[in-house]
Design a protein around this ligand. Structure first.
Ligand SMILES: C[S@@+](CC[C@H](N)C(=O)[O-])C[C@H]1O[C@@H](n2cnc3c(N)ncnc32)[C@H](O)[C@@H]1O
Length: 207
């Protein structure tokens, strides 16, 4: 499959994807993009704006995964914000812009958008798997349960949990990058669901 992996980070969702897929990743932080390119040398890595890229290229891939930034949706920031007096922030609507675009433009071929559990009622209903919400146009299996004690977990705990070693990369705020990762087992489970969806489209003569 040709896969578009938007807001790639260090590729938690992509970590267990088999090597025969052709993956294009988009990440705008050059340091994180460089680490991703080193971790997944066969992927094409574009250092740029994922939101803009999706608008112009949504038709060129068999499967699209998008993980837009979660800070303005996150319960943790909202509650910490109230306690610590952070300035309030509007939820970043680019999350919903992408869902609306993909719903309209990709009714058949699979896509999934991932984000955290928001501090408000989600504006479009989604499926919850562990600590994330997923919007998709295909059925998602129950993901393997994973207990992530994110508040207390330090870099070594998170690296062990996700099976990744970032020690050689000079990434600022490495702990946050690790906390942002989708559990690799969930990324694989969703890719398998997308492949099954593609097979059923092919059987029905729709792909
Ligand atoms: C939630 S993290 C991605 C997690 C990733 N899916 C994983 O499982 O490891 C979001 C990433 O998007 C990047 N990012 C934020 N805004 C972006 C934009 N407009 N274009 C591309 N990347 C962006 C951030 O630097 C961050 O690495």
């Amino acid at each position: 499959m040709r896969i578009l992996n938007l807001y790639a980070g260090v590729g938690g969702n992509r970590r267990l994807w088999p090597g025969h897929h052709q993956v294009t990743a988009v990440e705008y932080d050059p340091t994180i993009a460089a680490a991703y390119a080193d971790l997944y040398p066969d992927d094409e890595v574009i250092t740029g704006d994922a939101h803009e890229y999706l608008l112009h290229h949504h038709d060129e891939f068999d499967f699209i995964w998008s993980s837009p930034p979660c800070q303005t949706h996150s319960r943790m920031r909202y509650h910490l914000g109230s306690a610590k007096g952070f300035e309030p922030k509007y939820p970043d609507m680019s999350l919903y812009e992408e869902i609306v675009l993909l719903r309209a433009k990709r009714q058949e071929r699979p896509w999934v958008i991932e984000n955290v559990l928001p501090w408000y009622e989600p504006l479009i209903p989604a499926r919850q798997l562990n600590r994330h919400l997923y919007w998709s146009n295909f059925e998602l299996s129950d993901a393997p349960k994973q207990v992530e004690k994110l508040r207390k977990a330090q870099i070594p705990d998170l690296q062990e949990l996700h099976g990744i070693d970032l020690s050689k990369y000079r990434i600022p705020n490495k702990r946050q990058v690790l906390r942002n990762m989708v559990p690799p087992c969930v990324g694989l489970s969703i890719l398998n669901d997308a492949e099954n969806h593609m097979s059923s489209l092919a059987t029905a003569g729709l792909s």
